[in-house]
Design a protein around this ligand. Structure first.
Ligand SMILES: *Cc1c(COP(=O)(O)O)cnc(C)c1O
Length: 388
């Protein structure tokens, strides 16, 4: 649906697309978690991760979840759409950006993307808004911020709620303000392909303090168990919708080690991104290939590095060329409005021409925190051998 299958067994010498990179203290923290006797949710490591995120991002509350998808599901439960309410999502994103809201009865309305950032095109937002529109879900593709000034202004004027899918952009920023701090809520993912990971995991960031109490209930199977743990009530009971969205404290232990190495991880990602950019620029210019770049008013999180080939045919040829040289390059999102599920909501070819075009020409290079220098060189050399 989104990527070629990755992380299967690789032949020797194969450079995978992704490999999760422990940074140091993961095993020590996991051992401590096991020894502590508290390995279910909301133990000491979960609390530390949440405090870290709240402090770094200046959000009212951060709640770790079992995945980024589950954080989006919580955001959708907090939104309470009615059957037929509409939620605007970019056409070029992961399925669950839309699915989480569809599961609550909403209809996804697919917005086309900008050709420069591949983010939701804010200039098309107004005309997608109807009397039923409840929310817009900007995705900061690759960790490059959406045009948040424009999106927030439209949302204010048209009384839409904003929910950020910030699965790519933790610690990226827009005009000095960190991503995830704009919407009423924002979702993070700690899946092993993301900048910071714990295998499977995520977080819901909550900026509207009025939503915090209900979010805690939703995350605890619809009960007020969180309040009981804080000693605010002496028993807990079923109050609302919800599910089991707490990760085990063992996973939070892994994640805390990653978060504490924030500067190291960010620097590692910037190094990979900068290496590719510097070493591929001459080849890209000669071959009419577009590379990522810096964008004004934004610090990016360097989540990925793409090549935008001039044609879909040249992309397929380059992928095969790289696979032959042991380099596992992958495509990215197939437009959601053209997926079998998207078509059930009326999606049709031509609805989002930019997303349709980009989706056929974009390719991503192997990108992970501790990819060795020798592998970076091999990837760059293999790409540079290719004539478009
Ligand atoms: C990874 C991702 C998700 C889902 O995160 P999981 O933790 O895998 O559930 C959602 N949206 C985007 C844009 C993503 O990249």
């Amino acid at each position: 649906m989104t990527e070629l299958i990755v992380n299967q067994a690789f032949p020797e010498n194969f450079i995978p697309f992704n490999r999760p990179g422990p940074v140091g203290k993961e095993l020590e923290y996991i051992a401590r978690s096991v020894e502590s006797g508290h390995i279910s949710g909301d133990g000491p490591f979960t609390r530390k991760c949440q405090q870290f995120l709240e402090k770094e991002l200046s959000v009212a509350r951060a709640l770790l979840t079992t995945s980024g998808t589950h954080a989006l599901e919580m955001a959708a439960l907090l939104l309470e759409p009615e059957d037929g309410s509409e939620v605007i999502v970019p056409a070029f994103t992961f399925a669950t950006t839309a699915l989480a809201f569809v599961m609550r009865g909403a209809r996804p309305v697919f917005a086309d993307i900008r050709p420069d950032t591949f983010n939701l095109d804010e200039s098309r937002l107004e005309r997608l808004i109807t009397g039923r529109t409840r929310a817009v879900v900007p995705v900061h593709y690759g960790g490059v911020a959406c045009e948040m000034d424009a999106i927030m202004e439209i949302a204010r004027n048209r009384r839409l709620r904003v929910i950020e899918d910030n699965a790519h952009g933790l610690f990226g920023s827009y005009r000095g303000r960190l991503l995830g701090s704009f919407g009423e809520t924002a979702a993070l993912s700690f899946h092993e392909t993301k900048n910071f990971c714990c295998g499977e995991g995520g977080a819901l960031l909550i900026n509207d303090p009025a939503l915090v109490a209900r979010a805690e209930i939703i995350r605890e199977k619809g009960t007020d168990r969180s309040r009981m743990f804080r000693g605010e009530v002496d028993r807990y009971t079923w109050l609302d919708l919800g599910s089991s969205y707490l990760p085990s404290d063992i996973l939070s232990a892994f994640l805390l080690a990653q978060l504490e190495a924030k500067d190291k991880i960010q620097a590692a990602r910037k190094r990979v991104w900068t290496y590719y950019l510097r070493n591929l620029l001459p080849w890209a210019k000669k071959n009419d290939v577009r590379l990522p770049r810096a964008h004004p008013h934004r610090e990016q999180s360097h989540h990925l590095f793409f090549l935008l080939l001039p044609t879909s045919e040249s992309r397929e040829r380059l992928i095969r060329h790289l696979h032959r040289r042991g380099v596992y390059a992958v495509i990215h999102y197939l437009p959601l409005h053209l997926s079998p599920m998207g078509r059930r909501f009326g999606g049709a070819k031509g609805d989002c021409p930019v997303a349709e075009d980009i989706s056929e020409r974009v390719l991503r290079l192997p990108f992970f925190n501790n990819i060795p220098d020798a592998d970076l060189r091999r990837v760059a050399e293999a790409v540079a051998e290719f004539k478009v």
